[in-house]
Design a binder for this molecule. Structure first.
Ligand code: ADP
Length: 243
C-alpha cells in the first residue's frame, strides 16, 4: 500500500539519509528506533515533503511520486493520503481544539464547515475529550494537546499517519494517555510510521521495528526479533541503553 524506495537526502554536503527503503501494508504499524541524529525525523519529513528528498520515490495507493521531480499536484495528492503528528503538537494557539481539528479538513480537503464540525465532534469523543472542543491549546495539558494533534491528523481518513516522537515533549505521567490513543488508531486499522523512544510501545504495538543509524536501516524485524534477538552490534548497544 505504501512503498518507499531508496531515499537519499543531503543538507549541503552532509548526507543524512543514505538509501532508505520501506514498505507498509494496510493497517500496519512500523516503529523507527535509533540514536539521535541518525536521520529518523528527516526521513519522516521527506515522506510528506516537509523536506524534499534528493532522490528515491514514494508510492501511496498506486500513485508514485519521484523525489526531485514531483509536481505541486503530486505533493498535494500525497499529503491528502497522509497525516502527521509532531513532537511539539503544532496546534494553532489562537484556535480552539475543535477549530484546530477542522482547519485542514476545510482548507486542504474541501469539507464544508458543517461536515468538518461533525467529524471534529466525533473525534473529540474518540480521543476522550468530548467536552474540550472549545478549549484553547493554552488551557490544555500536553497530553491533551497531543491527542488533539492526533485527532486533527486522523480527521481526513488518511491512509497512513506519520508520528515524529509524539510523546517526547510530554511529562512522563502524560505519555500513557497519548499511547492509548495511538493504540486505538491502530485498532481502527490506520497504518502508522512512528519515530519514538518508547520501547514498550514499539514492542507491544508495532508489527515491525526498524533500527536506523547514520542514515541507513541497520536492522529490521518483528518486535520480538529486534528486542529479544538483535543481530547487529549497533542494535544491541543501542537497546542496552534502555534496559
Ligand atoms: P534524528 O531524528 O534521528 O535525531 P534528524 O533527522 O533530526 O535525526 O537529523 C539527522 C541529521 O540531519 C543531523 O545531523 C542533523 O543535524 C541534520 N539536519 C536535520 N535537519 C537539518 C536541516 N534543516 N539543515 C541541516 N541539517 C539538518
Amino acid at each position: 500500500m505504501i512503498e518507499v524506495k531508496n531515499v537519499h537526502k543531503s543538507f549541503n554536503d552532509n548526507e543524512v539519509i543514505k538509501g532508505v527503503s520501506l514498505s507498509l501494508k494496510e493497517g500496519e504499524v512500523v516503529t523507527i528506533l535509533g540514536p539521535s541524529g541518525s536521520g529518523k525525523t528527516t526521513f519522516l519529513r521527506c515522506l510528506n515533503f516537509l523536506e524534499e528528498a534528493d532522490s528515491g520515490s514514494i508510492t501511496v495507493n498506486d500513485h508514485e511520486v519521484i523525489f526531485g521531480q514531483a509536481s505541486a499536484n503530486d505533493v498535494l495528492q500525497l499529503r491528502r493520503s497522509m497525516g502527521m503528528v509532531f513532537q511539539n503538537y503544532a496546534l494553532f494557539l489562537n484556535k480552539t481544539a475543535k477549530q484546530n481539528i477542522m482547519e485542514p479538513m476545510v482548507i486542504v480537503h474541501g469539507y464544508s464547515t458543517q461536515q468538518a464540525a461533525a467529524r471534529a465532534e466525533e473525534l473529540l469523543a474518540v480521543i476522550g475529550l468530548p467536552d474540550h472542543g472549545d478549549y484553547y491549546p493554552s488551557q490544555l495539558s500536553g497530553g491533551q494537546k497531543q491527542r488533539i494533534g492526533i485527532a486533527r491528523a486522523l480527521a481526513v481518513h488518511p491512509t497512513v499517519l506519520l508520528f515524529d516522537e509524539p510523546t517526547a515533549a510530554l511529562d512522563p505521567e502524560l505519555v500513557g494517555e497519548v499511547l492509548k490513543v495511538m493504540k486505538a488508531v491502530k485498532d481502527a486499522g490506520v497504518a502508522m510510521i512512528v519515530v519514538t523512544h518508547e520501547m514498550q510501545f514499539a514492542y507491544e504495538v508495532s508489527n515491525r521495528v526498524i533500527f536506523m543509524a547514520d542514515g541507513v536501516i541497520v536492522e529490521e524485524g518483528t518486535p520480538q526479533q529486534i528486542f529479544e534477538t538483535p543481530q547487529e552490534a549497533r542494535t544491541k548497544s543501542f537497546l542496552n541503553r534502555f534496559t
